[in-house]
Design a protein around this ligand. Structure first.
Ligand code: PMV
Length: 383
């Protein structure tokens, strides 16, 4: 029996790295382990439909729309098409079906939230769910499924492999973390103290301008950076300290490592050849204001920054009201159009819809419909 068509919808979040992945080796393998908070509100919803081609061809037939900005659909389509072609040996069924993808994000483009992490993790989850349909192995909750999805998300965009896990994702081989791997990320939520599960992330949008250096170019710059070997050593040392702090609920040490990692990332950028300064003057104003307020108020609020000027402020839920007031009064002025996005630690990717239709032989048609949310299977036989 052949699966003739199906529809899958995954929602997958973005993430914010605490120990950063910066520097890689072929193929898309990290130079050091990294760990991130999974976000809650910043998600991509991806609908993936497939239909058996009437006349099989060798090429991958893809239709793609990015609902938030249809004018950029073509650019993303090319990226996805290339990715699907690259994984064809692993998913040989891909050229037997016409594939139609619709994607949308809950957050604005170029807002400093990694849309590649949410979209590429959603893409990989859809791809692996389609494989499940064809292999008739419906379970999308197994460790095996998540590892496979994370593995292919990594090939699409490194840090995307951490995005799908509840609360935290850990990627990269580390002798202190059992079953950690360079090939895929694993969930890390089970290893953190309750306070970290309540963490908030206020994202201060200093600038929405296009990034001065792409991630790909940024990673490549480390190859000629004389500080790179020291950085990889520092990342491993920071990870060891952070793992302990996360387990014991030591928020102060957690914060020190987060800020250390953010500043190192930008120091590497400034010492690469050519040099890049991605921090904006307003980023520095925010850093100073946060440090001063933390000293004066004793509120445990810490910053991290990715490869751009926007600042993520991390703090426990218990301080939410005070932090919001502080941001409104003292930090909004440094943000482009006063833009601040409030997010928090989230529960990872969610399968929203999962349906497959099987047409059978001769004069009898069997339709099997499975619904992931209700675990219902409806079989209709039409003679
Ligand atoms: O996944 P990439 O190739 O976009 O690299 C991500 C790099 C950082 O966001 C700066 C750090 C990280 O670990 O997410």
């Amino acid at each position: 029996m052949t699966v003739s068509e199906g529809k899958i919808i995954w929602q997958s979040p973005s993430n914010i790295a605490l120990v950063k992945y910066w520097g890689k080796k072929p193929v898309q393998l990290p130079q050091n382990p990294s760990v991130s908070f999974t976000l809650n509100n910043a998600v991509t919803t991806m609908q993936w439909k497939y239909k058996l081609k009437k006349n099989p061809t060798d090429n991958i037939e893809l239709d793609f729309t990015f609902s938030d900005a249809p004018e950029t659909s073509e650019k993303f389509k090319t990226k996805i098409q290339k990715f699907l072609e690259s994984v064809l040996p692993d998913f040989p069924f891909l050229n037997r079906y016409a594939i139609s993808i619709q994607s949308s994000n809950t957050f604005p483009h170029s807002s400093g939230i990694a849309s590649s992490a949410s979209s590429m993790s959603a893409l990989s989850l859809c791809l692996c769910s389609m494989e499940n349909h064809l292999l008739k192995t419906p379970d999308h909750t197994t460790e095996k499924f998540m590892r496979r999805a994370s593995h292919f998300a990594r090939l699409a965009s490194g840090s995307a492999c951490r995005s799908m896990f509840s609360e935290m994702g850990f990627w990269g081989r580390d002798k202190n973390v059992k079953v950690s791997s360079n090939n895929y990320a694993i969930g890390f939520g089970a290893h953190i103290a309750p306070i970290f599960k309540t963490f908030r992330d206020a994202i201060l949008i200093v600038s929405t301008a296009e990034k001065k250096v792409s991630s790909r170019a940024g990673h490549a710059l480390l190859e000629g950076n004389i500080f790179a070997p020291a950085r990889y050593k520092q990342a491993r040392a920071n990870m060891k300290i952070l793992i302990e702090a996360l387990a014991t609920g030591d928020v102060k040490t957690f914060g020190r490592i987060c800020e250390d990692e953010a500043m190192t990332l930008h120091a590497l950028m400034m010492t690469s050849s050519p040099t890049f300064t991605l921090l904006h003057p307003n980023t520095l104003h925010i850093i100073e204001a946060v440090k001063n307020w933390r000293n004066d108020s004793t509120v445990p609020i810490y910053f991290t920054i990715d490869a751009g000027p926007n600042v993520h402020l991390l703090y426990p839920e218990a301080y939410e009201t005070r932090v919001h007031l502080f941001i409104e009064k003292h930090l909004k002025q440094f943000c482009e159009n006063g833009l601040v996005i409030y997010d928090k630690v989230g529960q990872g990717a969610v399968l929203v819809s999962d349906e497959s239709i099987i047409y059978s032989v001769a004069n009898c048609q069997i339709i099997e419909r499975s619904d992931a949310r209700s675990s219902q299977i409806i079989i209709v036989i039409v003679i």
